[in-house]
Design a protein around this ligand. Structure first.
Ligand SMILES: C[S@@+](CC[C@H](N)C(=O)[O-])C[C@H]1O[C@@H](n2cnc3c(N)ncnc32)[C@H](O)[C@@H]1O
Length: 210
């Protein structure tokens, strides 16, 4: 799927679900909020309908949420209840300026991305990790959750139209370390991102900037 096809796909996905955005966070966001270590703000990549961004903002965190889809960002802005949450349409590859603005004056931040690394191409994911490795202050935390290779064969509630690049968990962790982070916690398994009849096999990782 080309970048343009992906962008058309996600715009149509979010425009058809305007009334259906859940008001509650994902399991991963509930896990992450307990792991945050005195950060000055949170940056979310691939925020989608904003359910997790709004959860973090509701708990007092300053937030920058990015998504490539114009429809997703419009949806997030229309339902946002928090001035401290800023929604920006941007691909991960074009995020440098938005990141720079958000990081100004901050001691350390958290980066959060759920079901995002597997939704972008390998080159863009590697470039994003490199950018984070260069730009994040030392001690900053990153939190990723992504579908892993064993999940490829499982049935999906959202079918096969989503672009999914199933990750090998060990390789994903090695890539995060190569970019200048230390893995603090990681797990791969079922039960972490269950959604109705679908219990995806996912990898989770918490890492800290060296
Ligand atoms: C599988 S969805 C995950 C959404 C949300 N994080 C969640 O867990 O429900 C992937 C999201 O990444 C966005 N996306 C896809 N490619 C992107 C890119 N290159 N840069 C930024 N966002 C992108 C899509 O618009 C979509 O909202």
């Amino acid at each position: 799927m080309s970048l343009l096809e992906k962008s058309i796909y996600w715009d149509s996905f979010y425009s058809s679900r305007k009334k259906g955005a859940p008001a509650y966070p994902s399991q991963f966001a509930a896990f992450v909020i307990n792991e945050l270590a005195d950060v000055d703000g949170i940056i979310e990549f691939g925020c989608g309908n904003g359910r997790d961004s709004e959860f973090f903002a509701a708990h007092g965190f300053e937030l920058l949420a990015l998504d490539a889809s114009k429809e997703a960002i419009e949806l997030c802005r229309s339902r946002s209840a928090h001035e401290r949450a800023r929604y920006v349409q941007s691909t991960a590859g074009e995020a440098r300026d938005a990141l720079q603005g958000f990081l100004a004056g901050k001691r350390k931040v958290a980066v959060y991305a759920r079901f995002f690394l597997h939704a972008i191409e390998e080159a863009e994911a590697a470039a994003l990790l490199d950018l984070l490795g260069v730009m994040l202050p030392s001690g900053s935390q990153v939190f990723f959750e992504y579908r892993t290779v064993d999940d490829a064969a499982q049935d999906k509630i959202f079918g096969t139209d989503h672009y999914r690049r199933y990750l090998e968990h060990g390789s994903a962790l090695a890539g995060i370390e190569r970019a200048g982070f230390s893995i603090v916690y990681q797990i791969e398994g079922h039960g972490l991102a269950k959604f109705r009849d679908e219990d995806a096999k996912v990898g989770r990782c918490v890492a800290q900037k060296n």
